[in-house]
Structure formats: structure tokens, C-alpha cells
Design a protein around this ligand. Sequence first.
Ligand code: MOS
Length: 743
Amino acid sequence: MMIGEALNRVDGPLKVAGQATYAYEQWAADQPLYGFIAGATIGKGRITRIDTSLAERSPGVRMVMTHRNAPAQGTPDLSTAWEYWRAYPALSGPDVNHYGEPVAFVVATTFEQARAAANLVQVDYTQESGHYDITAHRDQAYAPEAVNAGLQTDTAVGDFDTAFSTAAVRVDQRYTTPYELSQPMEPHACLVVPSGADLTVYVSCQIVDSARSSIASTLQLDEQRIHIVTPYTGGGFGSKLRVHHETILAALAARALGQPIKVALTRQQIFHLVGLRPTSDQRVRLGAERDGRLVAIAHEVTMNTSPLKEYAEQTAATTRSLYAAPNRLTRHRLIPLDLPRGEDVRAPGEAPGMLAVESAMDELADALGMDPVELRIRNEPEYDPERDVPFSDRHTIDCLREGARRFGWEHRPTKPASRRDGRWLVGYGMSAAIRGHFQMPTRMRVRLTPEGTAVVQSDMTDIGTGTYTILTQVAADALGLPPDRVRVELGISEYPVSSGSGGSWGSGNTSTAVHRACAVLREKLLAEACTDAHSPLHGLDPAEAVFSDGNVRIGRASEALREIVVRGHPEGVDAEGETAGMADDPNYKSYSINTYGAHFAEVGVDADTAEIRLRRMLGVFSVGRVLNAKTARSQLIGGMIWGLSAALDEDAVVDTRSGAFVTRDLANYLVPVHADVPEIDAVMLEGYDEKANVLGAKGVGELGICGSGAAVANAVFNATGIRVRDFPITLDKLLPHLPLVAT
Ligand code: MOS
């Protein structure tokens, strides 16, 4: 059984040898030109004069594109359901909508020439007073029609106000989270190669089909004229669900000049040119009986959005399925600010939302004097508490108990600020985790060659998550082939259209579709062999067949799979498999399908300096069936570190005078490094969710983020007795409250 094994990445040797070719490393027959974006240096206003003469005379410059000479472009078609497929015009007018928005695009022989010339573009503006400070514009909050992924803006069950006001124990707190950004290791980059009416676009992206549609509709071209090639993507985290200005501008310039063009964003540019996670202000109210049973839950969220394009993270959405309580309320409100658009950033909404709610649960446990693990177990729902449907396969309690046992939760300091280890105040914290399981339409092709190799083909991407490897395992398992007889070819727009990678849906969708394609091939080839007088399987019952080691066996008779292929299909044979989207899968209406987990963290806080160090961290997860124990664990650990990062590090700071992000590199926008994560483990419970798909497998990547930050924050409280609700928890927020004690 290949599925589930900790198979090493099949693309690993190529990657460590530098032979996995990423977008910016691709090469064309003609030497490419290089493009560089010049960004607006104001946050809101209008270009009144733009002088490109100096830039145009600069060495190596071939083109300077501004709103005055940019080609006409398509505008977003709002009837296209998903934003990422819509047009994304650039340089389309003199208005400046946010700091860093492109005002010119310079193309030159080298990157350095393009960048130097971009600095010589002279722009005069009339400035308008933009809105950059969410706290100053509370009066402009409005309710969107729906939040991200089409989820409901508000929900209400029972009578929250009455139940909360009469509850025996109440928590009513505000939590704030900062702007955050995806910063994938590979920056957003592309090489666009024109040939005749066609464009070949090597682009770092998560969804090939959205890249193709967005480029085609912006350039007003037939989609068939756009060829996307994305064999490898170096991380996306939501920021590559769509292409951004760099790709659109490269495509426009490549067509205008008839030459290949390369563009990569600099690390600094990523802070203004891709979508951000909105800042949030969350009020969480919990009302409980003295025994810990919740009677009322409310989660109300206010975030920023952009007047250019509304975006509402589903920050309170997971709260709807997390705990039982008869009286409930969730609400999302938006305040327009003149900042870059909001877009999906890994675990959109779930990450900041669970940080707040799972901190509030810790506050409730503290108020009740109750073990926070027991508090969660006491509030485990039997049905989805807002949808009134059963859960498909919920194992939160198993995760909580297994995690508590493995972590040694019984050794925790039950009283905050009660344990010392030298100069360190030591604390334990925990949190529950839940995340919805998404499913998108996907087609995959599997081809059996006359050599006996299975070739999996799709426009699916591997963004570092292990897609090549799990699809190898699924095809090998279904066809009874050793993994080295399976080749996976991804990221080509001419192959069948998949969901792409995002929302943790990639593995479930694509593995199911590959499994189904293989089933079609098995059935077809078996029927042929069993009815063919030349086959040793002739006349035998296909229902008894076993595919293994490259052979098909029925009882004692056996034939090589390759032989069957060659006899009937000298050129090879292929089949497609597909998955439906959530809207067309009845299980999504009849069941609440999620993944679950529990996080545990131990931190030390320096009693004098308030330095916070993670000491160890453990997550236990229930994700249905695991497709690859190694890649799934890596995804979960990466997610848990993202939670640590949200609790202690990440904070994109906006200058509220200009709308510019001032933490514009990874020296100022902090993320954890290896030394910040001394000991971490992720454990997956055995499982199989038959309502999710035929393989019983659900996505794992974003689940690791959900709640993990709260486990760290709750550990900081347990260590110090200080509750910081304004994330991230930095030293300056703890230090004034630390008791002065001699060490
Ligand atoms: Mo997902 S927000 O595409 O990492």
C-alpha cells in the first residue's frame, strides 16, 4: 500500500541539484529583456505630470510604459465567480489608489538597467487625503453581502443578548491582529515569450487556469492564445492564487516589443503589489454556566477593505462550527482604506479568527478555574451547531486527549506565573483547531505508455507541498506499479484543468481525480484482457483481479500490465478522472466536513527582559486519511510555525500619513527562524472520512495554522499572568506588566 507512506519527494533530487526550473530561471530562444515596476510614492491622488525622457535615454532602455501609452485592457468581469480569474489591468489611468501602485513599467536589456531607469521616471501628483488608519474611520463600517468563499456575513441562533447577560460567567474581550503578508521564498515572477499571436507564460502561480484566464481577459485575447508553464512554484500561501501586475505588464510589453520579457518583484515590492491579510478588531463574548457549559458565543469582526476591490476574510466562520452553545452570533464588518487590496493569505480568516476565539476560551477557563482541555471537551457539539447537520468525521476530543497525553499536559503550571526555571518564567498553553474542507472541480489525466509507465497529466501545481509525490503514490497504488514507473507532469495549461493549489483543497481533489482515472484504466484493460484469447487472463473473472508489481493477477494467472497495454494500444492509452466542486457534491449539504486538531505549546519568558522563547510545540490532528506521512507532517509543522509567527512576530506596519508599509523587508517584518523553533512535532491520527471523497483524505496545510498561535499566546499568559490581546505579543507589551522580582 503506497498511500500514506512517508515516500521522499520525487522531485527532491532535482530541487537539491538546482535542476527544478522555476519561472524566473526559464530561458527562451531569444535573450529576454527585463522589466521593472516603478511604484507611486503617494497613497492616494492623481498623476498630473509624468516625464519619462530621462528614463528613456538611460542605457539599455527599450520601453517605458505609463498610463499614457499602455494598451487598452479588459476590466474585471464581475460575473466571473472567482476574483482570481478576472482581468487585472495595470497602468490604466492617472489615479493612484494606494502607495506603490505601478505608475510606470521600464523594460531594458538588464535588470539593473531597468531598475536604474525606473528611478529616473519623474512623476508629479496632486495628493488627496487618503484613509490609512482603521481606528479613525470606524463610522464607515459596513456589512458586505457575503464574506470570502461565499460564506455568510452574519449568523444568529437563539437569543444571544439575553443568554449572555444572564450567564453565570462571562468573557467579553477585544483582540486585534495586524496586517500580514504572504512572503513566499520564490518572489512573484514570470517570463513571457511571444510567438505570433501566442504568448507562452512561465509564471510562478498556484492556479494555472486563473493565470490563463486573467491574462487573456486583461489583454483581450482568446484563452487558447495563452500557454502557461508552471512546473514548480516556490511557495504561494494565497498570494499566487492570481497573477498580479508584474505578469500583466510583462505580457503587455512582450506583445508590444515582440520579445521575451522577465519580471520578478523585489522583496520590498511584494509588500505593496500583492494582496494583504486585513487588520482585524475582534470582539469575542463567551457566556457559560459554572460547570463550563457555554450558553452564548458571539464573534464580531471589523476589518479593512479596499474601495478598489472588496475583500472580507471569513474571520468568524470557523466559530460557527467549533463549540456547542444554544445562543450564537457572528458578524463581519468592513472599513474601506486606501491600502493594497486584501487577498487570501494562508488560512484566510481562520488564522486571526481562531487566535482570538481560542484566546478567549483560555480566558474563560481561567475565570472558571478549569482545565482548558476539559473546557473544550465539555463544549464539544454533537451536530454542527449552526447548520443543524451532522459532522462527517469529527475527532476533536481524540486530538485533545492524545495531545494532552503526549505533551504531558498534567504537568502544566495550573496557576499562572507560578513556575520558574532560572531566569525564565515557564508556561503551558493549548488550543483546539478546526478548518473547513474545501473541494473544487478538477480533471486529471492518466496515461499508460507502451513502456508500462503511468503518466499523470494536469495543469495542477506543486507549490512545495508535495503534489508530485502524493499523485505518484495514488497512481502507483491504483495501478499496482512501483513508484518509479509513475511520472507526474504538472503545470501545463494544455493539460486537463484542475483546482490548482489553494485553500488546502489540492491534495483531496487531485488525488481523487487520479484515483478515478486509474479506475477507468483498470476496468478498460481488464475487460480487454479477460475477453482476449491471447491473454493468460482470458475467460477469468475481472472482479477477482489484483494489480501489483506491474502485473495483473487473477487467481494463479498473471499478465504484465504493459503487455495488455501494448496488445490493445500500441500508442498507449489514457483516461480522465474528475471531482465535482462543493456546490455539486451532495455531501457538502448533508454534512459539516472539516479537519480538526489540538495544539500544545510551552514557552519561557525572561523575567527581566520579557524575551519570549518557544520551548516546544505539539499538534495532534485528524485529517481523514493521510496520503503521505512525511509531506503532510511538513505541511502541518509549517502551519504551526505560521501560528507561532502570528502570535509573536508578524506585523506589517503602515505609515498612517502616507499609506506606505514601513516594515518592508524580512529584517523588519519578522518571521520565525530555525533558532525560534527548537522542538516541534505534528502527529496525525489514523482516519478515513468517507464523506470527503473516495480516498477519505482531506487537506492539511492550513489546519496547522488554525489555533496554533493561540496555544502560544495562552502559554505566554500561563507563564506570566499577563494577557496581551493586541497581536503580535512583543516584548514591549509584556515588559511594563512583569513583576519586579530578584532573580
Ligand atoms: Mo491558500 S490562502 O491559497 O495558502
